[in-house]
Write a protein that binds this ligand. Structure first.
Ligand code: DI6
Ligand code: FE
Length: 407
């Protein structure tokens, strides 16, 4: 051994999500990292020496569970204000679509975001990011989409980047200018789509603020041709795409994002068999969002059996947003995926680690394997299924992002 490792965990149950065992589980395992990368992951008996000689810091976990740091691959966590009033309206019988068509929904959050300074947006969004971090998240995707004009979209994406800098969590940004039609363009859809595709996206991409591009392909959102417009521009800019697809109806959006080799299709309650096949052929990940299903009291389940049959990777995310999913725990989203969607705990946990990494196009994380980023979560439980089983509660013991202590 030339260089000592930074940290070595011993007597751990390692849920690696690599290999053929359920959860990729290694009993009596050891995990070490150096320089931000995993240097050893395997049985304690395979260590090349005595722990104290191998690492600067050694921690005996006494059988505690270790997983890859959790990855929340679909959030709208940067926003101002809240929409608890709409929660109340929906409980009194109003539908999400009816509220949106009456001028509520996304555009009501747009008003709050446009009025907020960057500092105020950061101050209101940071507690939400901290909540996800406290529950094991080490990578989080954050979308724009509540500005719907250049300055406010820029502010949102800058705040998303700053959350990563100040809180230490890894942030991936997604531009979703086609999230809703802003009121000033209510009679000029083509003009707004032009502004998104020809002005906002190129400028914000040139400023390094955009890692991927998304759209809301839905009756109350944008149609296939409008979505195709922004996908064409993203493709020309070399940016990957993903799509809010088949949430409230079948717009065949999944086939469209698959046509562009998209990273993911998200929501998918109304996904058809042909859409599943298109995703399978393209390698597009299915991102299921049980928080929105739960909050909207949806009844139509995503086609889990078809997704399994065609071996489409399934990720789970919070969809943290003020309207359809004010959900501040990725672990709870995984539990909902089991209870509401009948996924197994192993499927759900793969959905917030290895498959979530793939939904963001990130191959350097999501499993515990030598060479991967040292994004690590250490838990005060023994059985991986407990992470889906316990509803809420502080189960995280500590987390590290690229080998640096995060929580
Ligand atoms: N679908 C959703 O569930 C969120 N965005 C979208 O396209 C809802 C966002 C909101 O209601 O604020
Ligand atoms: Fe969403």
């Amino acid at each position: 051994m030339t260089q000592r490792w930074d940290t070595l965990l011993v007597n751990a149950r390692l849920a690696t999500f690599a290999g053929s065992e359920p959860y990729g589980l290694i009993e009596h395992g050891a995990l070490a990292w150096a320089g931000g990368r995993i240097a050893f992951c395997g049985p304690v008996g395979d260590l090349p020496g005595r722990p104290m000689e191998l690492a600067e810091h050694v921690l005996d976990l006494d059988g505690g569970l270790v997983t890859p740091g959790l990855i929340d691959c679909h959030t709208h966590l940067v926003f101002a204000g809240n929409r608890a009033n709409e929660f109340d309206m929906r409980l009194k019988g109003a539908s999400y679509e009816a509220i949106a068509r009456a001028g509520g929904g996304i555009v009501s959050t747009v008003r709050a975001v446009r009025e907020a300074t960057e500092a105020r947006l950061f101050a209101q969004s940071a507690p939400r990011a901290r909540a996800l971090i406290a529950d094991g998240v080490t990578t989080v995707e954050i979308k724009s989409g509540y500005g719907l004009e250049l300055q406010a979209e820029r502010r949102m994406l800058r705040v998303a980047r700053e959350l990563g800098v100040q809180l230490g969590v890894c942030v991936r940004t997604t531009f979703i200018g086609l999230h809703a039609l802003p009121t000033e363009h209510k009679d000029d859809r083509p003009g707004y789509v032009d502004k998104v595709c020809d002005e906002m996206l190129p400028l914000l991409a040139a400023e390094g603020l955009v890692d991927a591009v998304d759209a809301f392909c839905e009756g109350i959102g944008f149609d296939r041709e409008e979505t195709r417009r922004v996908f064409e521009r993203a493709h020309a800019l070399g940016l990957p795409v993903k799509l809010h697809a088949e949430q409230l109806s079948d717009m065949d959006g999944a086939a469209l994002v698959a046509e562009y080799g998209g990273l993911s299709a998200d929501h998918l309650e109304h996904l058809s068999e042909s859409g599943v096949r298109a995703m399978a052929e393209a390698g597009t990940v299915a991102v299921l969002l049980p928080g929105a299903f739960y909050a909207l009291r949806e009844t139509k389940l995503p086609p889990l059996d078809a997704l399994r049959e065609h071996r489409v990777p399934i990720a789970i995310a919070t969809d943290l947003n003020p309207g359809t999913s004010p959900l501040l725990s990725l672990r709870m989203a995984a539990g909902m995926a089991c209870t509401l969607f009948r996924m197994t705990p192993e499927e759900a946990l793969a959905g917030i680690t290895v498959h979530a990494a793939r939904a963001l196009g990130l191959s350097d994380r999501g499993t515990l394997e030598p060479g991967k980023r040292a994004d690590i979560a250490v838990w005060n439980v023994q059985d991986p299924a407990e992470l889906c089983y316990w509803i809420g509660g502080p189960l995280l013991r500590q987390s590290h992002v690229a080998g640096r202590r995060l929580a």
